[in-house]
Write a protein of this length. Sequence first.
Length: 640
Amino acid sequence: MRCAVMWAGLALALGFGMGNAHGLPEVEPVDLNEIDLADFTDLDLDVPAGNFPNFPLPYYVAHFHRLANAVVEEGEHRGFIDLSVWRRPQDNEPYNARIMENILSLAYFYCTDEPWNPYYGDEAVRARMEAAMEFWVGMRSEDGLFSEYGWESWNRPATAFATKFMGETLRLLDDGPPIDPDIHQQVIEANRDAFRRCFEDGLWIEGGARMSNQWGNFWPGAMAHIDLFDDQELDEQLRYWINETSIGGEYPFQSVTGYFHEANGPCWRYNFGTHMSNTLMAWHYAQGRGVNVMTEDDPELMDWLIREHELFADWVSYNAVLEPDESEFVLNRAIETRQRKASFEYRDFPMAEVVEGLRSFIPTREEAQERRDAFRAGLEAAWPVVEELELGSTGSFSPYAFLHRPHELWYPTNDQREEARARLPYLASDTFTHQRTDGWYVFSYVRRPDYYAAFSMGNRGTGQQRLGLGLLWHPDAGTMMQSHSGRSLEAWGTRAEGADNVHEAVSIYKENVEFSLDGEPFEPEEGVGDLPNGEADFAAVYPLGEDGEAGVKTVSFTDGAINVTVNHGGAFREEIPLRVLDGDELAVEGDTVTLRRGTVTMVITFNGAESIDVAEAEEAEVIVAQADGELEYAITWETE
């Protein structure tokens, strides 16, 4: 950093590139005809799955001038990046510090010395970046906080995310071309101030325990700042809050069942996305890959991250089922609290080198290289044409495209991934009953030779969650039933006549559920583990409607069937969302519904149904069985 500041002073003395008090120099567009595609490495062209680039790097090179020239030149908002390419269009306002995270994009092109980058040390880029930095510094409150959704509406995400993106920005500037030393120092001080209220007073920590991805941005942000500036006070505070937010601390960010809290429950997109971005950058520094202070392994930080992600990997292993052709994992999505995700082919999780359980879900080395080769081939065929910049698109020019470029991802060999997949619980054994219980939920997982089922009860964190039977999977046919979050028709459960949703769309408190094993009632214990006598029949009896005024429902998992009994006051309908694939055969004959996939047929036999119909919905085909008073049905499987 000292070298950069010295050169900045020389530039000031010579009058280079400072622009003027009002207008800013234009950043010239690049001509891709003058750039050799071979100058980009395979990593430059890669687009991993997660919070990473949405496009190969040449796309960003081609459109960078649009972003840079969107920096407002004059007036009270001078320096604001006024281009709707990051965050929602309606939030592209000068009070939103999240928009200004793209300062990292400006710094990346200004500081990256590569043959393909004509913007390295560019004076116009520098002038616009400095204006953006001055605007960013001026956005904060007197005590260092940032806003997102209104003037002076200081909030946790805007403040925490700022430290992560500015941490990487300051790293780039540390040995990059010069900028104005006063502006540089103001940015350093503003970044440090962003931690103060939260790290000294615990501001927003309770909310952070509900939305762990948000406060969790402070972890990598603090490590980047500590590495650059040897801030011992910040280091002590970081370790204090890591302890307080770990399991057993006063404000745990992670459930004992394994998910990271998002609105008091699991959310696949946030756990797989922002949380893993925080993890990847934090792991980089914990491993000693910093540039100044954090240059050796830090056992305390490494152990913390490893413990958390071993538990998380175990959680995912029960809730993501691998289809028999290994084309994708289907998620137990009915329990997701915030965003919605049904399945995934793979995710580029960090830490898989040391957390073996994550290897099941990531590409192999060969697949990662094939992906990069495919991007290169596509670019070669179209060069110099790249995709157009879509205005109004949330991620068409995201700072995540540059945040993780120095952070290494590790991929397993094919054998290593196959070994990990063989240890997935529903593949490693054909008989067990497993429960994962915390203060909010009881998650039950039942494996029998013919099926694997996920079944959830609890106090919902958000209104989009659906409880009860979430997944049905067969070892040869794959997922044949999936309940969906945030849907009315496509959720498994019992719907009273005229009701907007099934009864399972409200909280079903665990103290009101009677669990039994081999006919003997038991109380689920907090924590994770297999229940004794894994072959025994497992059952749950729970009330329907508030205080059970609508009736009671029994779901029993036996060796050969799943049996459901509904006792309901008045007319109702039972809804079962089936996952019907191309080539499947779905039929209704009398009281029986069959779903045939290859050599496997799932059979649902009803007793007491007045009518049985199939309703087509956006994400499922739903069996609707109309009844009055009582209904029984059994789910079994037949294999040719």
